[in-house]
Write a protein that binds this ligand. Sequence first.
Ligand code: AMP
Ligand code: TRP
Length: 339
Amino acid sequence: MTNPSRILSGIQPTGNIHLGNYLGAIRNWVGMQNEAECLFMLADMHAITLPYVPAELRACVRSTAAYYIACGIDPDKSAIFPQSAIAGHAELSWILTCHTPLGWLNRMTQFKEKAGKHKDNASLGLYSYPVLMAADILLYRATHVPVGEDQKQHLELARDIAGAMNRFYEQELFPLPEPVIMKQAARIMSLRDGTKKMSKSDESEQSRIHLSDSNDAIATKIRKAKSDMLEGISYDLAARPEASNLLSIYATIQGISIDEAQATCGALNFSSFKERLAEALIAHLTPIREKYHLLMNNPAYLDGIMHDGISKARIIADDHMRHIKEVAGFYSASHDRKW
Ligand code: AMP
Ligand code: TRP
């Protein structure tokens, strides 16, 4: 990362956090907290782009905040807040919407995946989702955005929109945000199919490890994970997608490179390697799960953290929004007084 000054990222509170979210995103946020000011959102406005249950969303915001903290986000250093609490996300999103050509949105592959076969039934919100994401980032003038590989296209769009805004309003309203995508574990794959992303929306629970999984569930899912018939364990994405995925999970959890993991585990057969991987995962995830349960027993503490996060975020957001609305030519009472 070159000279980060403000880091922003978020996860949709739409269900259980899985290993892909943890290794691809949250784990990387933890190390950044000492490098720059950090804002970590709970993207509840994005969560309503698909059908949802309101009471579950509210509960999930709190539990996702608990996971952020259990995974190592320090609320004394980083702001943790629900996106919907700051009006600027929706306000800026509208302005950006009016500067985003339809052609740019038509290229977004995630809309095509999420809308599925019935595009006409998808909401307008699902379509303009990447514009709201750009607003999340630009509202805070964030310089760096740590995400998993699947968000890269949305980040490119955010940069394009920032550039278009700067040109139209003839000033540097926004820095061009840089994606921060770790090489290792940027794309954790399904345990049932090494060519598919590990995802909340996969109907098979066996395809992913949740941070809430018991030690037994972790061991069983790893034992049953798809393997191949080749000898030993090696990293070869094209020929051995499942072995490569498990090896990269192992390396990332152990904090070593894939080459190092291959040097220590290459000679093992699949069942011994899976045992070793399950042990490593259990050792890593147990303290996170325990901390999560402790936090969930103290909802008032979690609400207090989010309250503080909202206050921190609001100061930055309101200040920028005031300036952006002025530049956009919107009427404001304080401006009026100067006339
Ligand atoms: P989402 O669950 O779609 O809100 O994703 C939250 C964050 O987790 C984003 O930064 C994603 O890029 C990241 N992420 C989701 N699934 C994976 C995966 N299978 N591998 C790596 N990162 C992922
Ligand atoms: N769209 C992201 C995802 O599904 C979540 C998100 C919303 C986000 N707003 C963001 C990530 C802003 C980074 C920055 O993963």
